[in-house]
Design a protein around this ligand. Structure first.
Ligand code: AMP
Ligand code: ZN
Length: 464
């Protein structure tokens, strides 16, 4: 039974889609004013793990992730860069999508851009206006939170003590006081991006964008809404208020929030300057699958402290998984099955699912896989892995990697001439007394499952 923590109810709940076998989910996408950092990508990797695990369980998934391409910070930075809104945001959108590909994050089914959904947004404002949930001031339209008594349920904020009529114009605000928030912003500058509507010229507030786009593609009530924990308040609180005030229906069933990636005890963020982008780490010699492995290795609901040492650890864990898979792929095993080997494989599969079923506990899921790695490596050394075990273990690797997405395609087994050529190179290195190089070649072959034995008749090799 798959249980997922719901921020709204603060409990782990058995997950069931609202309709049939289809899961409708929305993730708040990036604000495209710069490159994403790996803190952002921790959230997107966690959402990808959720999406892939739902598919592993046999659900169909309709996943929408928006691109916020008009917002306060974008307007500030596009002006500084002397670019048009479209030119400025298109560059960072493409970079973001490329980073998703590098990190093997599956593309959501729909990736809507805010600026292409202005009419849906203005319709939502009109609906709220007709319901008496808004007021206008200086050409902008605000949502009146006193018209929505349930305001604060998601974040646990109390409405008492709220300053009646106090309001905010900015998209992001930290203060945990409830405020009337802006739905539609009148232009402050004549050169600000602006659209004509029934209620005057302007641009959408950030919160409005997500409500309009999620409801357009997923319906007025859908299953899961995702984002980092910083979005609980005010962003998601405001999304609930404006959506439910317009439709009278429950907006989202399960709220899924991902904890921060930290650096030395502080949240990784652009404003603190303590961030790495994917390209920064690739330049340091780490491959994107190692970055992905590190990001997914801690459960999404715990903070993860980023260090370069942590990345090195991720690289060696990933290597251990790949080594075993390669050994198995290259093994010429005898027919049949060994009872302890097959038990190790079955336990890995059930332990992985048990971990994931428990609110996507990836570290428990991985621990079950590493038990198998240990046991099968020993069994291989002892010649106790037979053909059925080998096939079953490779099948488990395939299944878990449909969720983890880190192993990549299986390398082709080494061919005999390749092995012999490497042995020849090693012999040459030894003759030239380049022993370090010779050892390196031996280690390389061993990592590919080839054992060398130096005998008086020359070097012999065998597959492990
Ligand atoms: P933004 O582009 O700033 O709107 O952020 C995109 C996503 O990344 C949002 O869901 C944020 O909550 C999330 N996010 C930002 N910083 C971090 C971090 N340090 N760790 C995890 N998620 C983050
Ligand atoms: Zn959003």
């Amino acid at each position: 039974m798959f249980r997922l923590k719901n921020t709204l109810t603060r409990t782990k709940e058995e997950f069931k889609p609202l309709e049939d076998n289809l899961v409708r989910m929305y993730a708040c996408g990036p604000t495209v004013y710069d490159y994403g950092h790996i803190g952002n990508f921790r959230t997107f990797v966690a959402v990808d793990i959720l999406r892939r695990y739902l598919k592993y369980l046999g659900y169909r998934v309709q996943h929408v992730m928006n691109i916020t391409d008009v917002e306060d910070k974008i307007i500030r930075d596009m002006k500084a860069a002397g670019k048009s809104l479209r030119e400025f945001t298109e560059f960072y959108t493409q970079e973001f999508l490329d980073d998703l590909d590098r990190l093997n994050i599956e593309r959501p089914e729909v990736i809507p851009r805010a600026t292409e959904h202005i009419s849906e947004m203005s319709e939502l404002v009109e609906r709220l206006q007709e319901g008496g949930k808004t007021y206008a001031s200086d050409g902008s339209v605000y949502f009146s939170i006193s018209s929505f008594p349930q305001y604060g349920r998601l974040s646990g904020l109390k409405l008492e003590g709220n300053l009646a009529g106090a309001r905010v114009d900015v998209d992001e605000y930290d203060k945990a006081d409830a405020r009337d928030f802006v739905l539609w912003k009148a232009p402050k500058d004549p050169d600000e991006p602006s659209w004509e509507t029934e209620f005057g010229p302007g641009r959408p507030g950030w919160h409005l964008e997500c409500s309009a786009m999620s409801m357009k593609y997923l319906g007025e009530s859908f299953d899961i809404h995702c984002g980092g924990v910083d979005l609980i308040f005010p962003h998601h609180e405001n999304e609930i208020a404006q959506s439910e005030a317009a439709t009278g229906k429950t907006f989202v069933h399960t709220w899924f929030h991902v904890e921060f990636l930290q650096v030395e005890g502080e949240r990784m963020s652009k404003s603190k300057g303590n961030f790495y982008t994917v390209r920064d780490l690739v330049d340091k010699g780490f491959s994107p699958d190692v970055i992905r492995y590190l990001l997914l290795s801690a459960p999404y609901n715990t903070q993860l402290n980023f260090t370069i040492d942590g990345l090195r650890g991720a690289a060696s864990s990933l290597e251990r998984l790949r080594n075993l898979r390669r050994r198995l792929a290259e093994l010429a095993a005898a027919e049949g099955s060994d009872s302890s080997a097959i038990v190790a494989v079955k336990n890995a599969e059930s332990g992985f699912a048990a971990g994931m079923d428990d609110d996507l506990n990836t570290s428990a899921a991985l621990a079950a896989i590493f038990d198998m790695v240990r046991e099968l490596n020993t069994a291989l050394d002892e010649g106790k892995v037979l053909e059925d075990d080998r096939k079953a273990a490779l099948e488990v690797f395939k299944k878990i990697d449909s969720v983890l997405g880190v192993l990549g395609p299986l390398e082709k087994p080494m061919l005999d001439p390749e092995i012999e050529s490497l042995i020849e190179q090693r012999n040459m290195a030894r003759r030239e007394r380049k022993f370090a190089r010779a050892d390196e070649i031996r280690a390389e072959l061993l990592a590919r499952g080839i054992v060398l034995e130096d005998t008086p008749q020359g070097t012999k090799w065998r597959r492990k």
